[in-house]
Design a protein. Structure first.
Length: 257
């Protein structure tokens, strides 16, 4: 399990991560955010047009079929309803993508952790559903001090890393879970993601947050140094437990507002 450094460090700094590497990574995040915002904008306009037309066709179809549509008519209406629901799911994913692409001003403010969890899960869902069953336990939580865009980015990376640590082929035999809790004594909110993936070797787990370390692909460790940097820059902590064949658990701890 990795623990927070006792040595003081400048805001946004990670041990071993030099300024040029930080700037390069920030540039990449900014570029991805700009692309995500552009894609979301391009999808939103035609999506609204499609949904409007589907609702119009559905209303007209109901009028034509009347009160007793028959089996075929009922199947058509059900197909229209399912299609509109599908469009709404796409719209929800686009909304999450827009949240991911929020301009990062670098500051922290009172943020609803449940909103960040919802956004990250929606974007990560295609990856998760192909590899594992998913359980989520997120009850009532206080607001936290965080940068919402950064928190979504970290949660998304942790969730997709968890999925990628699980081989394809047996989604029913593997699990990814997300739990959230509040410790009133420490005044902290903990977001915990666990998986039943391949896990990490001891030397990999020991250096999981070290940006200078080279990590094996397929063990869910890619990007963790960057996530560590973002969480610590918000005044939080990031911790890891992992074991080969037993999976990994990543904990994000944030100060409650």
């Amino acid at each position: 399990m990795s623990e927070r450094d006792d040595q003081p460090q400048a805001p946004g700094q990670v041990r071993g991560l030099e300024a040029p590497a930080q700037r390069a990574w920030s540039d990449r995040v900014g570029a991805v955010g700009a692309i995500a915002a552009s894609i979301a904008h391009e999808i939103n306009n035609p999506l609204a047009f499609v949904r409007s037309n589907l609702e119009f066709v559905s209303r007209e179809l109901r009028g034509l079929l009347g009160e007793a549509p028959g089996q075929q008519g009922a199947e058509l209406l059900e197909a229209m309803k399912d299609t509109i629901d599908g469009v709404d799911r796409v719209a929800a994913t686009v909304a999450s993508l827009q949240l991911f692409a929020l301009e990062d001003r670098g500051g922290v403010e009172q943020t609803d952790p449940r909103r960040a969890v919802e956004a990250a899960v929606k974007v990560a869902w295609p990856q998760i559903s192909r590899r594992a069953s998913f359980t989520q336990s997120v009850g009532a939580l206080p607001m936290v001090y965080a940068n919402e865009a950064r928190l979504v980015q970290v949660l998304l990376k942790v969730l997709t890393d968890a999925a990628e640590s699980i081989p394809l082929g047996k989604p029913g035999g593997n699990e990814i879970s997300l739990r959230a809790s509040f410790d009133p004594e420490q005044n902290e909110v903990t977001l915990e993601v666990s998986d039943t993936g391949v896990g990490m070797l001891p030397h990999e787990a020991a250096r999981a947050f070290d940006p200078a370390a080279k990590h094996a692909r397929g063990r869910g460790v890619l990007g963790l140094p960057l996530c560590y940097r973002l969480i610590t820059s918000m005044g939080g902590g990031m911790f890891l437990e992992s074991s080969v064949r037993f999976g990994s658990t990543v904990r994000l701890v944030l100060p409650a507002a």
